[in-house]
Design a protein around this ligand. Structure first.
Ligand code: IPE
Ligand code: IPE
Ligand code: MG
Length: 243
């Protein structure tokens, strides 16, 4: 059954939801189109996810848009993804602002084409001071890159081994300052995390949806939230439900 807004417990909305947006290529292939067509249609799903997050009160939404591994894809696909990023930022900036969305990124942006970096900087500079949603795009991101960078930064800072706490490590990750996600959603039926937020997802609930990303809409997001609300989070303790 698909999720209906009325079934949501408004007192138990995750503060941070992270999404691995997967299945664009297969969605396009199913229609006899090339993979880029799937990516283009995936933008509608991004819009829907942002709208839903704002509507239900999710404060942080992180979307995995391009991994450090995705560079091995055909050059035309990589180019199209970078172009799509630029056009989407240009087309959606105003709407994001109106909805009270602040944009941020995680990942090594220095490897992105100059034009992408310029568009991202421009979008980030026009962020609202007060916002309802912190939308983070993971671009040229991978968790192993992020943890390696954190270790390098910690060593470079001259920190003593005895000062290397979990908090210190968190503070050196790209996500520093943002609470860890309580819920991770992956679309397209793949049950893996593909180098995404390995540290931050340590105690997240996972929701794997068979829906391909370009088909993902509000009802699928709500379905994931309801699934999350039906989980018992134990954090290493014992069940409170008497089981
Ligand atoms: C997700 O869809 C988008 C990116 C990884 C950029 P895919 O392009 O991975 O689609 P599938 O998994 O091949 O169907
Ligand atoms: C994960 O999807 C990366 C993004 C969604 C950006 P992939 O499609 O690249 O993951 P794998 O290769 O199937 O694990
Ligand atoms: Mg994929």
């Amino acid at each position: 059954m698909l999720g209906a807004m009325s079934e949501l417990d408004t007192n138990n909305i995750p503060n941070h939801v992270a999404i691995i947006m997967d299945g664009n290529g297969r969605w396009a292939n199913n229609r006899g189109k090339d993979r880029v067509f799937g990516h283009m249609n995936g933008v509608d799903s991004v819009r829907a996810a942002v709208k839903t997050a704002v509507k239900v009160g999710v404060k942080n939404l992180t979307l995995y848009a391009f991994s450090t591994e995705n560079w091995i894809r055909p050059q035309e696909e990589v180019n199209a993804l970078m172009d799509l990023l630029i056009t989407t930022l240009v087309n959606e900036s105003e709407e994001l602002l109106e909805q009270g969305v602040k944009l941020s990124t995680i990942g090594d942006l220095s490897a992105l084409p100059e034009k992408c970096q310029t568009s991202l900087n421009k979008a980030v500079l026009s962020n609202p001071k007060e916002y309802k949603l912190n939308l983070t795009l993971a671009l040229n991101y991978s968790s192993k890159w992020e943890i390696t960078s954190a270790v390098k930064a910690i060593i470079a800072s001259g920190m003593k081994a005895s000062d290397v706490t979990e908090k210190a490590i968190s503070n050196h990750l790209a996500t520093a300052g943002t609470p860890d996600p309580e819920l991770m959603i992956r679309t397209s039926g793949e049950n893996r995390i593909s180098n995404f937020m390995l540290w931050q997802l340590a105690y997240a609930e996972f929701h794997f949806s068979s829906v391909l990303w370009p088909d993902f809409r509000e009802e699928h997001f709500i379905e994931a939230l309801i699934d999350y609300q039906n989980r018992e989070r134990r954090f290493g303790g014992v069940s409170q439900q008497g089981n």
